[in-house]
Each structure stands twice: as structure tokens, then as C-alpha cells.
Design a protein around this ligand. Sequence first.
Ligand SMILES: [Zn+2]
Length: 150
Amino acid sequence: MNSEHTKIKALLLPYLEGKLEEEERRKVEEHIKVCKECREEIEKYENIEEGLKMMKLKQPSKEVWDNYWSSVYNKLERKIGWIFFSIGAIILLFFGVYQFIDELIKDPTTPLIVKIGILLLSFGGVVLFVSILREQLFSKKRERYEEVEK
Ligand SMILES: [Zn+2]
């Protein structure tokens, strides 16, 4: 049994590399079933091989780089779109509110208290809108810095 173990141990690596003849391979397989030491040896080799495979996988391929750049571009595109959208929305909002207030205030039938109420409401709405918008834009900017740091 012991000499068999020594003989098989020398065959483990060729066995894993698939270099053994059918008969020898069967002998190794039989021996592994009964010998804990050889079984562990095999597992050790397999772990090393697994590690090498992982290392190969970690190297970014060209495809990964292409995907990376297109996703960066997509993000940038979305941010630019968002900024234009925001500016447009602000212009329209201010214009609309201005028109609305202007008409109501010029209208002599509107009671003063309603005028004041509408002014406050409009002013509050604009402040809230701008505040939310600024928060959005600032959080986008932070994201961009984080990306640069990576
Ligand atoms: Zn053995």
C-alpha cells in the first residue's frame, strides 16, 4: 500500500494534466478513493489552478474596456441631458409664474389678499423647486468626483 502511494503520488500531476494512459488513470482514481493524503494533494493542485484562472479573468479584456467607456459616455450624456432639461424647466417655470402673477396683479378685480397669497405661493414654489434642483445637480457633481477618484 505504501509503495503504491509513492508511485501514485508521482502520477498525480500528470493525472491532473490529462497525460496519463487509461490504465494508469484508473489506478490513480482508485487510489484517491482510499488515500486521504493523495486526495488532499489533488485538491491543492486544483486550488492553484483555480487561482490561476481567476487571475486570468481579472485582467480586463478589450470588451470590458469598451463597455466601461460606453457606460461612462452614457452617464455623461444623461447628465448633460438632465442639466439642459433643468435649465429649460426653470426658464419656463419662471416665465409662467411671472405671467400668471402679472395678470392677476394687474387685474383690478382681484382682491389684495388673494394677490398677496398668490405672490407668496409662487415665491415659495420657485424657491422649493430651485432648492430641489440644486440638490439634484450637486449630488450629480459629487458622483462625477467619485468616478474620477476611482
Ligand atoms: Zn496516496
